[in-house]
Design a protein. Sequence first.
Lengths: 334, 253
Amino acid sequence: MGTRPYIAASPGNNFLAMSPYTNAVPMPPIISVQQLTKTYGNGFEALKGIDLDIERGEILALLGPNGAGKTTLISIVCGIVNPTGGKVLVGGHDVVKDFRQTRSLIGLVPQELTTDQFETVWNTVSFSRGVYGKKPNPALIEKILRELSLWKKKDNMLRELSGGMKRRVLIAKALSHEPEVLFLDEPTAGVDVSLRRDMWEVVKRLREDGVTIILTTHYIEEAEEIADRVGVINGGQLLLLQEKTGLMKQFGRKQMKLELTEKLDEIPPSLAAFSLSLSEDGMSLTHEYSHEESQDSIASLLSALTAAGIHFRDLSTRQSSLEDIFVALVEEKA
Amino acid sequence: MNIEAIKSIYFFEMARMRRTLLQSVISPVITTSLYFIVFGTAIGSRIQSIEGVSYGSFITPGLIMLTLLTQCVANGSIGIYFPKFTGTIYEILSAPVAMTEILIGYVGAAASKGLIIGLIILATASFFVDIRIAHPFMMVLFLVLTAITFSLFGFIIGVWAKNFEQLNIVPMLVVPPLTFLGGSFYSIDMLPPFWQAVSHLNPVLYLVSGFRWSFYEIADVNPVISLIMIGVFLALCLSMLGWMFKTGYRLRS
């Protein structure tokens, strides 16, 4: 439990060296989770000692199956649930003792579409700003509503809106008090393509403004698309936390598939050095290689093929996705 | 102190009252008018006056109390229960607001609604019967203290309740019998000694008696004791809430 599951330090894989959030002087993390545990009243251990530092301005994706502890973790950072042990600092302040400072910094978009059905969009978003202790600012609320394509619906009651529109309202509420950290808990569950696009646009804009974004998801493509770093949570533990491209490099496998012009009965001995496999019909060859293996291995394979008189009519490559990595990780630890 | 947050919660709750005007204002007024017509005018005309006060006038403070208690407990509990039920409570819990500020917002709104309705009923009553208020200041004090105390009590129920049935059990099943048996419609002097003694265990007796004293200077118990009893109940509610907020009972557990 005491060791930090932090793999980023492996050689050639230093995320700080290539990340956009690099700074000459290291900034303290915006969120620091230390030895955090949570046991619910019914004895369920939702978090078993999580350590996690979140850097200012990054987009962190927390992946994990349902019930992994993602929402509990977020709820503790946001102050909705009391921790059992350990502590959380936001902007250097303790989330329990200095809750006013920490909560003012955070905006939360919850997983469930929880809305006051009988309120109007305008009122509910203005209410959010108020409970965060900020003076009314209609110009800002208008800007947020316009950015989220909600302006036309501002006088509609929430119950009249579609699920996707409600999701937008929840985002607008979270942004109404100008947070420095935004939590998106399963933001795209049951959301259509256009909203997804819009949402990532908003996320990108916020990131340009320096907002730190933490999103949980079990749609791995999402993490792959926008995150800087990826954390994998399962069974209340952080299994892995790593810069995304490094993760892909380290765990990602590549495949090259060659469609042959003529049927091949067996792999000639001259090609035995390459990790090749022949399809059953003898019409395609598959080459597996990792990121680390240099490009020349492909070049030498191709020239060896030509030398062996094997011709191909098509070539495709495939890279294992974060999903493959994730499934492998979760199954390995389970 | 997050004044903006208190204001936001307070006005958000008051806006709900405006939206549900029919249910939250008109309906208690109609119910109370029916009581006046039935008990005050139809039956009351056959009942002799009590300590020099006509029966219709006599029951007015009790009727106001009946509505005030029911409304405060109902509004105080629904205000916090509803966001808990729909899930929107996440926002209040994750906002930089202390529980005391949340409490002031919700309980302030519930007590305000109760007071508004109480005053409307008082105005309505004056159409049916003669009302005189001997001690206006004490009358307002009793009204305000009762409204706050029972809104706090409602808030506790709202935090505690896990479903709508539990939520309604107190305003529907506990408050009315206590009010009816607390001398709202009679003076406990009219009861046999045994039932008089039992009545003294009923907290509502002290509220109704003190409140009626501020109108007509007639009371079943000493008004000072009535005030003390409200104070005790207020202190009980506050310490209960203090414990709930400290432990995060059913809100942050």
